[in-house]
Design a protein around this ligand. Structure first.
Ligand code: GLN
Ligand code: ZN
Length: 766
C-alpha cells in the first residue's frame, strides 16, 4: 500500500503526491451508467434519479482509489457522455442550436445526440484509441464563458468524503486543436486569447474551493505540432502558472511521447508533468530536462490489459527519479480504456488470469510500485512475485508459440501476397459474374431484429439448442435474401444475423483470442464494447462462416458475397498481445482469414468482402511512424485476400473516417471493389482516389445510413451523377455508406428500392 488511511489525512496537505491514476472508467462495473442514461433518455427515470446513479458510481470509484492507497485522486473524470463535451459545456462552447433548451442537461444531451430538430455534434476517435469524443464546434461568435458547476460540484462531493481530490480538465490547447472551426472560424488556436481568461477564472475558483492540484490534460502534444503551436503552448502555461491564486498545475500527456513539446512544457513554471512511459518510452531519456518538476510517471499501461512487469517498471521509475528529483507513480493514461476488474471473468484459466490486469488490478500495481519506490519493498514482495510468476507463465505457455502455424505463415509470405494484374482479374470476373454496369449491393448487415436478439439470448441461457438457433437464423437469412431479390439488387448478402459484432464473432471462433464476459469499455456515450483479448498465436480450428454462406447462396441464383472482417480491424477492436510486433499478430489473423476465403471460394462464393473499416484508426499519431504502419497493415490485408483465384472478386469496405492520409494505402489494398463512406463528404473521396491513380472498382456510399431518413431517388441519382464525373460507369458500384444493422426494416426497404431505381435511371442514361 502506498499510503494507509491514517497517512492520507496528512497527505491531503502534502505538497507532492506519490501514487495516482490519470482517470477512471465511469460506465459502472456493470454498466450502471449506461442503463441510467438510457432510462433517462427514454423518460423512465428523472434527472434526480440519474444524478443519484452518477453520485453512487463516483463514490465507489474514489473509495476504491483511496483504499488502494492513492494519495491523489482524479475527479471530474466522470461524465454522462464525454469529457470533450463536458469541456465544451464548461467553457460555454455548446453550439448555438441547443441554446433554446431551458434545462442544462437537455442542452448537453441534445448536443451529444441531437433530436428531431437539432443535429448532434460530430463524433470522432479520441487519438488512436477506440473511444470516440464529440467534436466541439467553435464559431467566430462563440463567446467563451465559464460554467464550473460540474467540476466544482464533483470536487466538493469528493472533499466531503475525505478524498484527496485532484480535479481533471482538458487543457485549452488540446480543446481547441480537437475542436472544429465552423461558420468561417479560422485557425482555432487564435482563440486562445479569448479562452484563457476562462481557464484563469476556473483555476481561481478551484483554488478557492480547496483544490491543491489540478490536472490539465494536453494529449494533443504527443502528436506532431508546429513551432507556432508549441510557442502558443508555452505562452498558455506561462500565463496560467503566473496566476497568483491557483492550484498546483499538473500538465498530463498520454498516448505517446511529448518529444519536442517536453522541453516546452518543462520551461514553464508548471509544477508537475505527466509522461506516458508505456507508449512514449523515448521520454524517459528526456527526464533530466524535467529536473525541478514533479514527474508523474505513467508506467502502468492504461490502454491494454496485461499485467505490468513490476521489476522493469520499478527500474524505469528509479532512473526517472534519479534524474527528476520528485516522482509519482501513475497509469500511462486514464483507466477509461480498460475494463473495471478481472473479478467477474470466471471463464479465465489460471494461466491467462495471471497474465492480466484490468482497472482494479492496475490500481493495485500503481500502489505496489509506489510502496517499493518509497522504501518498504518487503511489504510488496508478494505483488512482485506474482508479477514475475505471471511473466514466466506467459513466456512458457505453448499457446503463444505454435511452430506449425509460424512455419506455414513464413512459407505463405515467401510465396508472395500479390494477385495477378488487376485488369486480368477484371476480365475473368466480368465473364463469370456478368453484372450490369453500376451493380447494386449492400455492405453486409441487415437490421438486427428483435427475433435475432431473442434467439441469441435464448441460446446463451440454454433455452434453445444450437440446432434451433441455426434454424431461426436461417429463417432470417431466407427473409433477407427474398427481400433483396424483390428489391432487385444485383449482388446479395446473407445479412449477418448470426454476428453479435463483426470482430467478436471471429474472435470467439479463433484460438488465441479470449472473449470476456464483462470486459466492457466505453466506446462513446452510453455505447460500450467488449474487446476480445488476443493473447496467443492465432489458429482457425474450423471454417467460421461457410455454412451460413452456403445456406444463403442455396436460396438464390444471384451472387451472395462471402463476408469477413479484415485483420487490421480485428486487431483495432481487440486488446492485442504486447510481446510481439503488431505486424506479426496481424499476419497471423490474416492467415486465418485467408484460409476462410479459400474455403468460401470452394463453397461457391464468387465474391468475398473483407471489411477494413478500422484501417485509418490505427494510423500512428506521429507522421514518422505512419509509413511502417501502412506497410504492414496493407500487407496483412493482401495476405488475407491473395489466396483466391483471379475469378473471385475481392471486395473491401471502409468507413468511420476521412481517408486523406490513407488514400495510397487504400489503393495498395488492391481489392477488386472498394465500398467507401462518401455520402456525407459529397463524393470527395473519389477525386482523392483518382489522384493516386486508383483504377479498381469503387462503391462510394450513395446515402448515409446513420439516419432513419429515406433518401429520394433524385438525390441518389445526383450522387451517382457526381460519382460518374470521377469514375467511369464500368468501375462504379452502387451501395449505401455502411451496414444496415442499426436501421429499421421499413426504411431499409424503402431506401434500397430508391437506390436500385436511381441506379437503373443512371444506367439508362449512360
Ligand atoms: N459488413 C459489416 C456490416 O455491414 C460492415 C460494418 C462496418 O463497416 N462497420 O455491418
Ligand atoms: Zn461501414
Amino acid at each position: 500500500m502506498a499510503a494507509t488511511h491514517a497517512e492520507l489525512e496528512t497527505h491531503v496537505t502534502d505538497t507532492f503526491f506519490t501514487a495516482t491514476v490519470l482517470g477512471s472508467p465511469r460506465i459502472g462495473p456493470h454498466r450502471e451508467l449506461k442503463r441510467a442514461v438510457e432510462s433517462y433518455w427514454a423518460g423512465r427515470i428523472d434527472a434526480d434519479a440519474l444524478a443519484a446513479v452518477g453520485r453512487e458510481l463516483r463514490t465507489q470509484t474514489w473509495a476504491e482509489l483511496v483504499d488502494a492507497g492513492m494519495d491523489s485522486v482524479p475527479v471530474n473524470t466522470f461524465s454522462y457522455y464525454d469529457q470533450m463535451l463536458d469541456t465544451a459545456a464548461m467553457v460555454g462552447a455548446l453550439p448555438d442550436r441547443v441554446a433554446g433548451l431551458a434545462d442544462p442537461i437537455d442542452r448537453y444531451f441534445a448536443a451529444a445526440r441531437g433530436n428531431a430538430e437539432i443535429a448532434p455534434l460530430e463524433m470522432t476517435k479520441w487519438f488512436d484509441t477506440n473511444y470516440h469524443y464529440l467534436v466541439p464546434e467553435i464559431a467566430p461568435g462563440t463567446a467563451f464563458a465559464l460554467d464550473a458547476s460540474k467540476v466544482l460540484g464533483e470536487l466538493r462531493e469528493a472533499r466531503e468524503q475525505g478524498v484527496p481530490a485532484r480535479p481533471v480538465v482538458i487543457g485549452p490547447v488540446t480543446f481547441l486543436l480537437l475542436s472544429k472551426p465552423v461558420d468561417g472560424s479560422g485557425e482555432l488556436l487564435e482563440r486562445l486569447d479569448d479562452l484563457l481568461p476562462v481557464y484563469e477564472d476556473l483555476l481561481a475558483q478551484l483554488a478557492g474551493a480547496g483544490a491543491e492540484w489540478v490536472q490539465i490534460d494536453e494529449p494533443a502534444l504527443v502528436a506532431d505540432r508546429t513551432e507556432a503551436e508549441l510557442a502558443r503552448t508555452r505562452e498558455v502555461y506561462e500565463r496560467l502558472a503566473a496566476l497568483s491564486s491557483r492550484p498546483k498545475l499538473f500538465v498530463a500527456s498520454y498516448f505517446g511521447s511529448l518529444g519536442d513539446a517536453l522541453p516546452v512544457i518543462a520551461s514553464t513554471p508548471v509544477d508537475a508533468i505527466g509522461i506516458d512511459l508505456v507508449a512514449g518510452t523515448d521520454d524517459l531519456a528526456s527526464v533530466p530536462a524535467l529536473a525541478g518538476k514533479h514527474v508523474v510517471a505513467g508506467v502502468v499501461d492504461g490502454r491494454n490489459v496485461w499485467r505490468t512487469d513490476l521489476d522493469a517498471a520499478l527500474s524505469a521509475l528509479e532512473s526517472a527519479r534519479a534524474a527528476a528529483g520528485s516522482l509519482a507513480v501513475s497509469t500511462s493514461c486514464s483507466l477509461l480504456h480498460v475494463p473495471y476488474s478481472l473479478e467477474p471473468e470466471t471463464g479465465l484459466d489460471d494461466a491467462l488470469r495471471s497474465w492480466l490486469a484490468f482497472g482494479s488490478e492496475k490500481i493495485g500495481e500503481v500502489a505496489a510500485l509506489a510502496t517499493a519506490l518509497t522504501g518498504d519493498r518487503s511489504a510488496v514482495n508478494a505483488q512482485f512475485d506474482a508479477s514475475r510468476a505471471g511473466r514466466t507463465s506467459r513466456e512458457s505457455d505453448p499457446r503463444l508459440h505454435d511452430d506449425a502455424l509460424r512455419d506455414r505463415l513464413a512459407s505463405t509470405l515467401a510465396e508472395g501476397i500479390s494477385r495477378a494484374d488487376a485488369a486480368e482479374r477484371r476480365t475473368a470476373q466480368n465473364e463469370l459474374l456478368g453484372l450490369p454496369d453500376l451493380p447494386t449491393t449492400t455492405i453486409g448487415s441487415y437490421p438486427q431484429t428483435t427475433e435475432i436478439r431473442v434467439a441469441r439470448a435464448a441460446l446463451r441461457r440454454g433455452e434453445i439448442d444450437d440446432a434451433e438457433y441455426v434454424r431461426r437464423m436461417q429463417g432470417e437469412i431466407a427473409d433477407v435474401i427474398a427481400l433483396q431479390e424483390k428489391i432487385g439488387l444485383d449482388v446479395l448478402v446473407h445479412g449477418e444475423p448470426e454476428r453479435n459484432d463483426m470482430v467478436q464473432y471471429f474472435a470467439e471462433q479463433l484460438d488465441g483470442f479470449f472473449a470476456t464476459e464483462n470486459g466492457w469499455v466505453q466506446s462513446y456515450g452510453s455505447r460500450c464494447v467488449r474487446p476480445p483479448i488476443l493473447f496467443g498465436d492465432v489458429v482457425r480450428p474450423e471454417p467460421m462462416t461457410v455454412s451460413w454462406f452456403e445456406y444463403a447462396q442455396s436460396l438464390t441464383a444471384k451472387p451472395v458475397k462471402g463476408m469477413l472482417t479484415g485483420p487490421v480491424t480485428i486487431l483495432a477492436w481487440s486488446f492485442v498481445r504486447d510481446d510481439q510486433p503488431l505486424a506479426d499478430s496481424a499476419n497471423q489473423v490474416a492467415l486465418a482469414i485467408r484460409d476462410e476465403t479459400v474455403d468460401l471460394e470452394r463453397a461457391g462464393a464468387r465474391i468475398i468482402q473483407v471489411d477494413e473499416p478500422a484501417l485509418r484508426e490505427l494510423l500512428p499519431l506521429r507522421k514518422a511512424d505512419q509509413p511502417a504502419y501502412l506497410d504492414w497493415s496493407v500487407g496483412s490485408f493482401r495476405l488475407a485476400t491473395s489466396g483466391v483465384e483471379n475469378t473471385t472478386q475481392v471486395h473491401t469496405h471502409l468507413c468511420y473516417s476521412e481517408f486523406g492520409e490513407v488514400i495510397d494505402a487504400i489503393a495498395g489494398l488492391d481489392a477488386d471493389v472498394t465500398s467507401i463512406e462518401a455520402a456525407r463528404s459529397k463524393m470527395e473521396v473519389l477525386g482523392d482516389l483518382d489522384a493516386v491513380g486508383f483504377d479498381l472498382g469503387v462503391g462510394p456510399g450513395v446515402y448515409d445510413i446513420h439516419s432513419p431518413r429515406v433518401p429520394s431517388v433524385d438525390e441518389m441519382t445526383e450522387a451517382l451523377a457526381a460519382a460518374l464525373d470521377a469514375v467511369p460507369a464500368s468501375r462504379l458500384w452502387v451501395n449505401p455508406d455502411c451496414g444496415l444493422k442499426t436501421r429499421g426494416i421499413v426504411e431499409v426497404e424503402a431506401s434500397l428500392r430508391n437506390m436500385v431505381e436511381a441506379a437503373r435511371a443512371v444506367r439508362g442514361s449512360t
